[in-house]
Design a protein around this ligand. Structure first.
Ligand code: ATP
Ligand code: MG
Length: 338
């Protein structure tokens, strides 16, 4: 069976951008592929990645909530879908160390995420520098070929591929090399990554770490509050609805959100609103769609108990430890640690 692997950090409540750009597409992919016995899907909470930066609130609560998000977004955990917490599978950290000794300072320093996250700071923790290597371990331990992920992580997939190939070249075919990012995109069935924009500064992407509350819709926002944020979204002075992310990012973002939230093809939404001059009308519709989506999501979320989550984790972690320890032992043997 081929393995599909993905995870979302549990640092805080997620945004609508995380939901539409990551959670929902991955859930659809997982459900689609795990149906037959050709693929298995690993959905994990990268909790070791969570502590490289400040955690908002209580990490334990965040971890459980993140798992509930997956379930509320429609993930059907069954025979071929496994959920686990990274830190409950010690092989991740162990393989990370061994891969550290394969990677170079040059290639890790080149990572855009590292540059962005360390820019302008006097002191940067080593975790921020090293996490792409841990991410490579996360993938390689399970021989995952497909790692559906946002475009901001593409560079890290390429790094994981390079490390796997280098290791294999030196020690023999130990690792399955994940497919290239171009192939990943094809596999995900999207022409390009989905990028929801910041509501107040639509030139930027919506991020959970942005300070301004009006910039982002959080999955735990009161649906009415979320609707107000849409009504206050920054638009432009063209006075005509047109999908053009470059010239009219605010309006285009609203059209994209409407399409994704109502599960309507973007082209259909674009033609429905083409030429509309009253931005308020479009905003009202998007606000209603978003608040309805949030109410339904929150209703589903409330029904998922902690017990249910722990039960799934227990099974998933048994599976993960078995697979990961076997791969780790193989690695330890070839580098003569065993
Ligand atoms: P941070 O500000 O802490 O980096 P973030 O909102 O960018 O938070 P990440 O934890 O970096 O979220 O990413 C989680 C997942 O959500 C990734 O797969 C990422 O590609 C996706 N993602 C993040 N922001 C958006 C967005 N605005 N639109 C679509 N997908 C997004
Ligand atoms: Mg980010």
């Amino acid at each position: 069976m081929k393995t599909i692997l993905t995870g979302i950090r549990a640092n805080s409540v997620l945004t609508l951008g995380n939901y539409l750009g990551a959670l929902l597409p991955m859930v659809r992919l997982a459900n689609k592929y795990s149906d037959n016995d050709e693929y298995q899907v690993n959905i994990f909470v990268p909790d070791l990645h969570s502590i490289i930066s400040e955690v908002d609130g209580d990490l334990q609560e965040n971890i459980i909530r993140t798992l509930k998000y997956w379930l509320a977004a429609g993930l059907s955990v069954g025979q071929n879908v496994h959920t686990y917490r990274q830190s409950y599978v010690p092989a991740h950290s162990e393989l990370c160390w061994i891969l550290n000794c394969t990677a170079t300072m040059g290639e890790t320093s080149r990572m855009t995420q590292f540059k962005e996250k360390s820019e302008g700071r006097d002191s940067v923790n080593v975790g921020i520098f090293d996490y792409p290597i841990l991410m490579a371990a996360d993938i390689l331990l399970y021989s995952a070929e497909y790692v559906p992920i946002g475009e901001d992580q593409f560079q890290h997939i390429e790094l994981a591929r390079n490390l796997a190939m280098r290791f294999n070249h030196k020690y023999g075919e130990v690792f399955t090399v994940p497919v290239s990012t171009a192939e990943q995109v094809k596999f995900m069935g999207v022409s390009e990554g989905i990028r929801i924009r910041d509501l107040l500064t639509p030139e930027k992407k919506m991020s959970k770490s942005t300070a301004a509350a009006g910039s982002k819709i959080m999955l735990d926002d009161n649906p009415e509050v979320a609707a107000k944020k849409i009504m206050s979204a920054t638009t432009d002075s063209f006075g005509k609805v047109k999908f053009d992310m470059w010239a009219q990012p605010g309006i285009s973002n609203l059209l994209l959100i409407e399409a994704l939230v109502t599960d309507t093809p973007l082209q259909t939404v674009i033609s429905t609103w083409a030429g509309e001059t009253r931005y308020g009308e479009l905003k009202k519709k998007v606000a209603a769609s978003v608040s309805q989506m949030l109410s339904e999501f929150q209703e589903r979320l409330a029904k998922i108990s902690d017990e249910e989550v722990f039960l799934l984790l227990g099974m998933g972690e048994d599976y993960a430890n078995e697979v990961a320890s076997a791969k780790l032992l193989e690695v330890q043997k070839v580098v003569h640690l065993r």
